[in-house]
Ligand binder design. Structure first.
Ligand SMILES: [Zn+2]
Ligand SMILES: [Zn+2]
Length: 405
């Protein structure tokens, strides 16, 4: 296959080695193919087939069907040395969003879209697998590339760990990246310690008593109860959490009523809670129920609450974070493009891997405002600067060389 070299004056590619840079047209082709066939969590069948077919063609050892659609590719280094094992994780799932981009590689699946960049993660992981297999004489030890389903929920990391992906050979450390449109292409955010937040979620139904809009004294208005609950829940962060601990409560759904002159008998809401400090897990769980129960009681309403602690926080190991930072210093153009203090209250089930083995999750800048490629993740017009793909491969390859040599 003949690859054409992209424009070498591109400043974001300044330090990316030529051999990896030459993969860029392929990376873009793979990413766009996956982008056109987006699939929801645990339904990534076409995506998994595409990955499997590539690994087969290249002669890379792999296992399929792990936690439904997950795949593990195993690349053994042929250089003599100690046999450490590095895991690299890429998520494959898309979101239930109707794409609004007018591009040739637009989603062909109605109502489903790669609006978080996981198509890019999969392409970067494929490029890394291809390059490392070609250069297996340059490193010792083993690289396990884990293609994971359902990151957007309900979570594919936990069942993959349960299925034994970190065993045989046992993974010593894990790395992973997220393309990130809050940062310009050519930047890397990597931080030891808490990097992304834990998430808990809840669904709540308020049961009041419906009736005529002109006769409120005969009813229990579930909308009044729900409105007070929504407001009161915001006092948990402002009054029960240490102001030095970052946390957020978001009510993302509130549904009630059918008509302007009918008092609604039920109201339903759902929300998510994010925090770094895991001591807050029980605080949120108990305060949320206390507030809902208390407000329902004073109004004579009842409730049903389903509460779930979903993902723990993403905690990076300081040694592996340092390794990623050193890799970034070689790849991105200048040190100012490395952000060592960046954190967000977003959540990721990469955290389950990092609970099992030391590792590091980092952000790879992917926005380009000049090209209008800076819509936020989960937006129907989300798209990213594909230059980031080749930078992602170089980052992973640098980390492998540092960890396994
Ligand atoms: Zn997402
Ligand atoms: Zn994502």
């Amino acid at each position: 296959m003949i690859y054409t070299l992209p424009n070498s004056s591109n400043k974001n590619l300044a330090n990316v080695r030529l051999e990896i840079r030459a993969l860029q047209p392929q990376l873009i082709e793979w990413r766009r193919h996956i982008h056109q066939k987006p699939e929801l969590g645990f339904q990534e069948k076409l995506t998994a087939e595409y990955i499997t077919q590539k690994l087969q063609t290249w002669g890379i050892e792999h296992q399929t069907g792990i936690a439904e659609t997950g795949i593990v590719a195993i690349i053994k280094g042929e250089k003599s040395g100690d046999g450490k094992v590095l895991g690299i994780r890429a998520d494959m799932d898309a979101l239930p969003i109707q794409e609004e981009n007018q591009v040739s590689y637009c989603s062909q699946h109605d109502g489903v879209m790669h609006a978080c960049g996981h198509d890019g993660h999969t392409a970067i992981a494929l490029g890394t697998a291809y390059y490392l297999h070609q250069h297996r004489y340059d490193f010792s030890g083993t690289v396990k590339i884990i293609f994971q389903p359902a990151e957007e929920g309900p979570g594919g990391a936990k069942p993959m760990i349960k299925a034994g992906v970190l065993k045989n050979p046992d993974v010593d450390a894990m790395i992973g990246l997220h393309l990130w449109n809050d940062l310009p292409v050519g930047t890397v955010a990597v931080k030891p310690g808490a990097f992304m937040a834990a998430i808990s979620i809840f669904n709540c139904t308020i049961f009041g008593k419906g009736g005529h809009g002109a006769l409120p004294h005969q009813t229990v208005d579930s909308i009044i109860v729900a409105a007070q609950i929504v407001n009161a829940l915001q006092t948990i962060v402002s009054r029960n959490v240490n102001p030095l601990d970052a946390a957020v409560v978001t009510i993302g759904e509130l549904h009630a009523g059918t008509r302007m002159n009918v008092i609604a008998d039920t109201a339903r809401m759902s929300g998510s809670i994010r925090y770094f400090n895991t001591d807050l897990r029980d605080v949120f769980e108990s305060r949320i129920e206390e507030i809902i129960a208390g407000i329902c009681k004073i109004h004579g309403a009842t409730y049903r609450l389903d509460y779930q602690n979903l993902y723990p926080p993403v905690i990076n190991d300081s040694e592996i974070a340092n390794l990623v930072k050193n890799a970034a210093e070689k790849v991105v153009e200048t040190p100012v493009n490395i952000l060592p203090e960046y954190q967000i209250l977003g959540s990721e089930d990469m955290s389950f891997f990092l609970q099992e083995v030391p590792g590091c999750y980092f952000f790879l800048g992917s926005a380009n405002a000049e090209k209008n490629l800076n819509y936020p993740h989960h937006h129907p017009k989300f798209d990213f600067d594909e230059t980031a793909l080749v930078i992602g491969v170089e980052m992973f390859v640098k980390c492998v060389e540092k960890f396994l040599n």
